[in-house]
Design a protein around this ligand. Structure first.
Ligand code: AMP
Ligand code: MG
Length: 350
């Protein structure tokens, strides 16, 4: 079994939602041979890989080494990562990035353009100010929020594909890839496992799920989605999947409480506050976990109407948007593959 490394327990370390609060759980059962899993703490969350076959230790080693490598490149909260160096050089100079970080940052900028900045990888000053999920969490003053919001503008991140570099134009700008790095790590983990010969597996990076391979009977995977209003483990519904990724973003995943009010970790760059768009959670299925991770956070900020419009622009993906009136709106593949739990308070909406 892999052990958590000491840095990942640092109170300042809050790359992504803690997996103790994982929003998704796998309901999939398995036939012989016995599944083998390994869990490690990385990317600020609990990462678990399960293989449903005789699995070699070195395959797990390679997969977890890759997850750690991605964390070491993309965390905004550790010193010496590419993102930390990029942020330190804001307003000063361009910083060269690995192909990994360049790809994730450019995907984030693409979705920022498509969502008119609801998702913005330069949200870092606001993430830092609120500190949700860290010991420094607090409700900032309006003036502080405004100062942070001034620094957020994905159009002021200059990418140079030829040099594989990025330049944050203004001092104080900060990139935060917390909304999509776990997804990229899930894609890379899946690739390494498949290339290493694994035939069937489930990857769970703090609720970012990726499944591959078929059960012996050829039945689909059945993945439960957390009920955003119920206790941990209660589920909203089940998604049938042949393979690929399922990611949920929700305000219940990580939050700070003060004066009886909850402040969650998905921030609206337009208000400087935790997004209150009328959605309780957003689930996305896709062959790309990075895209699913990116889009679930984006749609959570956009809200039901604008979120449905963005969803419709991704015909290969599937979406389940849960609104505050307890209606579940299904778009694309999830209109076919989602089963609502019948005993719950939710209804399917248009
Ligand atoms: P997720 O848990 O994937 O929905 O992503 C939430 C994380 O993304 C937060 O913990 C922040 O690190 C970051 N984040 C929060 N709000 C935004 C936003 N509007 N745009 C981009 N990243 C964000
Ligand atoms: Mg996300």
């Amino acid at each position: 079994m892999g052990m958590a490394t000491s840095y990942s327990r640092s109170p300042l370390y809050s790359f992504l939602a803690p997996a103790l609060l994982a929003s998704i759980f796998a309901l999939s059962s398995c036939a012989a041979p016995e599944p083998v899993s390994r869990t490690e703490f990385s990317l600020g969350t609990t990462c678990r890989i399960t293989l449903y076959e005789k699995a070699e230790k070195k395959l797990f080693d390679a997969a977890f080494a890759r997850i750690r490598e991605i964390e070491e490149r993309m965390s905004a909260n550790r010193e010496g990562t590419e993102i930390a160096r990029l942020n330190d050089a804001a307003g000063i100079e361009a910083v060269s990035l690995s192909a990994d970080t360049f790809l994730v940052l450019s995907t984030a900028i693409d979705i920022a353009e498509k969502s008119k900045g609801a998702l913005d990888p330069s949200v870092g000053p606001l993430v830092k100010l609120w500190g949700i999920g860290t010991d420094a969490a607090r409700v900032p003053e309006a003036a502080e929020r405004e100062a942070a919001m001034e620094l957020i503008d994905y159009r002021r991140i200059l990418l140079d594909p030829e040099r594989s570099s990025a330049f944050l134009l203004d001092p104080g700008m900060r990139v935060d890839l917390g909304a999509m790095a776990k997804g990229y790590a899930a894609d890379e983990t899946a690739r390494i496992l498949k290339e290493g010969g694994a035939k069937r597996g489930l990857i769970d990076l703090g609720g970012n799920i990726y499944v591959f391979g078929k059960k012996p009977e050829g039945k689909p995977w059945r993945i439960g989605i957390q009920d955003p209003q119920d206790s941990r483990g209660a589920y909203l519904g089940i998604v049938n999947m042949e393979g690929g990724s399922l990611v949920t973003s929700g305000g219940y995943e990580r939050f700070y409480e003060e004066g009886g009010k909850r402040y969650h970790h998905i921030l609206d760059p337009a208000s400087g506050m935790p997004a209150e768009s009328g959605l309780l959670s957003v689930t996305v299925v896709s062959q790309s976990s990075m895209l699913a991770d990116c889009l679930s956070t984006t749609i959570f900020v956009l809200g039901p109407e604008r979120g449905m419009d963005l969803a419709k622009a991704f015909p290969e993906e599937g979406f389940a948007l849960v609104d505050a009136d307890q209606r579940v709106h299904l778009v694309g593949k999830l209109a076919r593959d989602f089963e609502l739990r019948s005993e719950g308070p939710y209804n399917l909406g248009q």
